[in-house]
Ligand binder design. Structure first.
Ligand SMILES: Nc1ncnc2c1ncn2[C@@H]1O[C@H](COP(=O)(O)OP(=O)(O)OP(=O)(O)O)[C@@H](O)[C@H]1O
Ligand SMILES: [Mg+2]
Length: 448
């Protein structure tokens, strides 16, 4: 290893090159030496190397010997090196789109070597490729190529590598993978069977490419900040959750009339946290409470007699019992979803009718923070006006403020009225259209 030799003494450099020559000779002779002797010689060469060299080498293979999937350690190192400043000095790189990622990622190419500086210690990374000997002739690209990373460092840094450097590489590598991957939005399929754990039928997902952020989300700034703080606290709260003995999970219930920004908030949260999102649309679920929620000592749920209560919003013409979901089935599913996955989890429930939900469903622990998304207030309007029209002050703002207090209009409707109808953004026309719509909404409210 060139870099390692340069970093050590002359003697180490000499001994390394001597060993390298021996290894080269060994590989030349390999074909003429019986198998048993090959193993013996390899072991001897390794011991000779150990005796002479002050350097330690750790190998990380891309496939664990008993597994077909790629090793997590290898992927973490690959991701770490792709983003590390040390890789910027590599001359040969390889570009690829990793599984689940949405952009090209660069990785160090085969046989390339890079030096990473960690707290004053130099870590040399080299990537190697090996093609196992096989008596198979194939025109297809070799599937059995094995790649490995070799980390070489001075033996006095061994404790540092084990205690600090490897955890650092793993954490950074994972963070890079999360940043690169395509995030997904899962939504529940109406009518799915909630009694089982068949995730594929219950959830469908799309790529999450929603542009909404907390900066564009219109709501009371104080409440918005509370939510951001809560998410921040959760994200960095791994140790805290462990110390109080709680699973690292949090549930949010977003409730409010249609068009008040519940789905927009979900996208903003996902973009803020870089998480996948499970959006459980409760209004689309029919729950028939035919099972009592108290649990007897044998752990089974007691059945209630014939007292069937509709607790959630069912499309009333849907009489297909098969499609209906029992409350306990839904609770089991939600709790199963929580416990099935390690690591941090956020699940967001949305509904237009909080008052119709069963208390068991929305108790703290399942839904820890209840967030009301309400009709557009003046603060929200100001955010939308800035976002859609680029105005922060206007003589019509006073009138609009007054009207917003008297009429119920969702942010979705306010936004729609503010949207310019032509490329020449006519701010006055947009605000006038909003005032007119607010007057109508006010009359409707008074009449209803
Ligand atoms: N608070 C908000 N801030 C910014 N834009 C909003 C807000 N509320 C609504 N909008 C706009 O209105 C559209 C519809 O809002 P959204 O889908 O988030 O409503 P919702 O509360 O999820 O409604 P529903 O109950 O029908 O699902 C959004 O795409 C967005 O453009
Ligand atoms: Mg929605």
């Amino acid at each position: 290893m060139e870099g390692a030799a340069a970093g050590g003494s002359w003697a180490a450099g000499f001994s390394l090159s001597a060993v390298a020559s021996l290894l080269f000779l060994f590989s030349m002779l390999q074909e003429h030496i019986p198998f048993q002797l090959q193993d013996y010689l390899a072991a001897m060469a390794a011991r000779l190397h150990d005796l002479l060299s002050p350097y330690v080498t750790v190998t990380i293979d891309d496939h664990a010997s008993d597994s077909f999937s790629r090793s997590e350690a290898f992927l973490a190192v690959e991701a770490y090196l792709s983003a590390s400043p040390c890789a910027a000095r590599a001359r040969r790189l390889r570009a690829d789109i990793a599984e689940g990622a949405d952009r090209m990622a660069l990785a160090v190419d085969d046989h390339e070597e890079v030096a990473d500086d960690f707290r004053g210690a130099t870590m040399w990374w080299r990537k190697s490729k090996a093609i196992p000997r096989a008596n198979v002739i194939s025109w297809a690209p070799r599937q059995d190529e094995r790649r490995s990373y070799h980390l070489t460092f001075h033996r006095r840094h061994r404790a540092l590598v084990e205690a600090d450097y490897f955890p650092h590489v793993l954490a950074e590598g994972r963070a890079v993978t999360v940043r690169n991957r395509q995030r997904r939005l899962f939504t529940n399929n109406p009518g799915a069977d909630w009694s089982g754990y068949d995730d594929a039928r219950v959830w469908s997902h799309v790529k999450l490419e929603h542009p909404s952020t907390f900066a564009t989300l219109a709501m009371d700034p104080v409440r918005k900040q509370e939510i951001i703080d809560d998410l921040d606290m959760f994200r960095d709260g791994k140790d805290y959750y462990a110390s109080v003995g709680k699973a690292w999970k949090r549930g949010y219930l977003l409730f409010g009339p249609p068009g008040t920004g519940k789905s927009t908030m979900i996208a903003a949260m996902a973009n803020f946290l870089d998480y996948d999102v499970y959006d459980l649309e409760l209004t689309a679920i029919i729950v028939i409470e035919d099972i009592d929620c108290s649990i007897d000592l044998t752990g089974k749920r007691k059945k209630k007699k014939k007292d069937k209560k509709k607790k959630m919003m069912p499309p009333s013409d849907d009489d297909d019992e098969e499609k209906k979901v029992t409350l306990s089935g839904l609770l089991n599913f939600i709790d199963g979803l929580w416990s099935a996955c390690g690591g941090e989890r956020i699940i967001i429930f949305t509904t237009n009718h909080k008052e119709k939900l069963d208390p068991a469903l929305i108790r703290r622990g399942r839904m820890d923070m209840h967030i009301e998304m309400s009709y557009c207030c003046f603060e929200s309007f100001k955010a939308l006006a800035k976002n859609y029209l680029g105005v922060e002050q206007h003589e019509m703002f006073g009138e609009i403020r007054q009207l917003l207090e008297e009429a119920d209009m969702s942010p979705a409707d306010v936004a729609e009225n503010l949207m310019p109808r032509s490329k020449t953004k006519d701010v006055d026309a947009c605000l006038e259209r909003l005032v007119k719509a607010l007057h109508e909404a006010k009359e409707t409210k008074a009449a209803g």
